[in-house]
Design a protein around this ligand. Structure first.
Ligand code: EPS
Length: 388
């Protein structure tokens, strides 16, 4: 299975193509739209989300709600394109009138400057339009389809916010996806610790007033993942490395951890390794999950736990120093409309990309041509593991 996305932030639409999902997968289109709506929400978002109302349109690969086995083609329209029609027109000649809103003062921390240098764009809008996190809407639509695929194989997944800026909001760390979903649905920060919500709202409000931005940490938990996805055989077959790459591929991510991650490096081996047990009818289990469900690059049957650190948004309303790419004068960086923090949507994006990698691993391991056959194969494999 693989996928590709296309589209600019203020262009006509985002487009996605998924190749390699089995035929016969029944899809709930409302559930895809619910994920898109969730990604648009969260405290700390800017005014762009008042314009957008992300909805998926399916233009290939699905008939009567079931996948055909052919490439699935998805579209999410950019409603804001209505305000950018001339400036982002894909086919009109370039004129003075349709080249307004150029960007010449790159924002520190954004792709603006290096993207301009690499592709030799003089108008840095040509960079920011694609490097914008708007593109993650399509990854969430694709991830939502993969999540339904996983659900129909008994695998549940959730992403939530553990920390926003300096404030941690995860004293409980439940490993049960249902419990996490119930807790995070109670607030607009997707945190499990309700008593931290007021403090974080105040922090975001003050940060916005100061013209500044915030990052944070998100955590993804996936349960009932069968042991043995990925392989220890070669570096590029390790599933934890593929998940880490997918997570780092999300805009603004600066760190990835599997299980205890960096904390494991400061602990003793006896505190980190998950002791092995065996139960009749269940087979081999672990007593704990410090290793985040991975040993030797393979899933071990315990919950998969992935954490991601997001840097603060680089667009600052109180801008930092930059240099005009044309005049070379020191100036304040350009200010584009933006969010104060996008950590809440990031938790859904990271959930989505982990779901995509798990779906890929499953279609790589089993016969991925037909859903019922794949389900039967996975069931037989789970039985085989129990009896090992
Ligand atoms: C973004 C800047 C803002 C965000 C955008 C990411 O867009 P705009 O410049 O249109 O206000 O709203 O995120 C989205 C549009 C989205 O759907 O997540 C950026 O520069 O990365």
């Amino acid at each position: 299975m693989n996928y590709l996305t296309a589209g600019e932030s203020h262009g006509p639409q985002l487009t996605g193509i998924i190749e390699g999902l089995p035929a016969g997968l029944l899809l709930d289109i409302d559930a895809i739209n619910d994920q898109l709506a969730a990604r648009q929400g969260g405290y700390g978002r800017g005014s762009r989300q008042k314009i957008e109302h992300d909805q998926v349109t399916i233009v290939g690969g699905i008939r009567h709600k079931k996948t055909l086995g052919s490439p699935i083609a998805l579209v999410v329209n950019n409603r804001d394109h209505a305000h950018w029609g001339k400036i982002m027109d894909p086919v009109a000649d370039e004129t003075a009138e349709n080249s307004l809103r150029t960007v010449e003062r790159p924002r520190p921390g954004h792709a603006d400057l290096v993207g301009g240098m690499k592709y030799n764009h003089r108008d840095l809008r040509n960079v920011l339009e694609r490097s914008s996190a708007r593109e993650t809407a399509m990854r969430v639509a694709i991830g939502a389809i993969c999540e339904q695929f996983l659900q129909q194989l008994g695998i549940d997944i959730v992403g939530y916010v553990q920390q926003i800026g300096p404030v941690a909001a995860d004293d409980q760390s439940p490993l049960n996806v249902g419990q996490i979903k119930a807790l995070i649905s109670q607030n607009d920060l997707r945190v499990v610790q309700a008593d931290k919500v007021d403090e974080i709202h105040t922090l975001i409000d003050k940060t916005k007033k100061d013209g500044d931005t915030l990052g944070g940490i998100v955590r993804v938990v996936a349960t009932n993942v069968p042991a043995g996805l990925g392989s220890y055989i070669s570096w590029d077959t390790k599933l934890d490395s593929k998940i880490a790459a997918a997570v780092m591929g999300v805009n603004a991510m600066k760190g990835v951890e599997i299980g205890d991650g960096f904390k494991a490096a400061t602990s003793f081996g006896s505190q980190v390794m998950d002791e092995i047990d065996w139960h009749e009818g269940e087979g081999f289990t672990r007593e704990s999950d410090h290793l985040g469900g991975f040993e030797g690059g393979m899933t071990n049957g315990m919950p998969v736990i992935v954490k991601a650190a997001m840097k603060p948004i680089p667009t600052l309303y109180k801008p930092l120093q930059s240099v005009d790419v044309e005049t070379k004068e020191v100036k304040k960086a350009s200010v584009e409309r933006s969010d104060t923090t996008a950590i809440v949507p990031a938790s859904i994006v990271i959930e989505s990309v982990v779901a995509i990698e798990l779906a890929k691993a499953i279609t790589d391991t089993f016969d991925g041509s037909n859903m019922a056959r794949l389900q039967a194969q996975l069931k037989a494999y789970r039985e085989e593991l129990k009896n090992y």
